[in-house]
Design a protein. Sequence first.
Length: 164
Amino acid sequence: MLTVRQLLDYLTGLPDETPVVVNVNAGDWYLRVEDLNVTTAQDATGDPVEALRVTELGTAADPGLSFAYLGTYQRLARCWALTMTGDDPAGTTAEAEQIIATDLLDPPRSCVATWFGLLGEMRLARGEPAAAVRSAGEKARELSTARGAHLFARRAETFLAGLG
């Protein structure tokens, strides 16, 4: 069994004309954002440099956003990683806000509260006041509660409690 990182490293090293067949279960191949683990079932464990590497591969494979569900999360993770590495934090935070508003809220999609929490982290990274970060976390909690996403509401509460 290979980790996703091992598979990507292997595939990246092959010549472009090498034919490969990869059978992937849609439930296993996705960009999962939770503590910003960018993976398919495993792991870039909150590492913005690794998140950039993985999301650049994903967005290059689907530049037109044909796979909107998967591509949305890849683009959000890319915004997070760019903000955390200091590459245009104001612009990438604004881009993440727009993606969340446009693609995650109506109808509500998975990880809305997580992304509001990460948006709060992005705002902190770019030096926004704690009140703005708290506001994003509270919005995530309220939205999740109103829509019955109790797991995400609890995650937002945990995030808010961590702000002190």
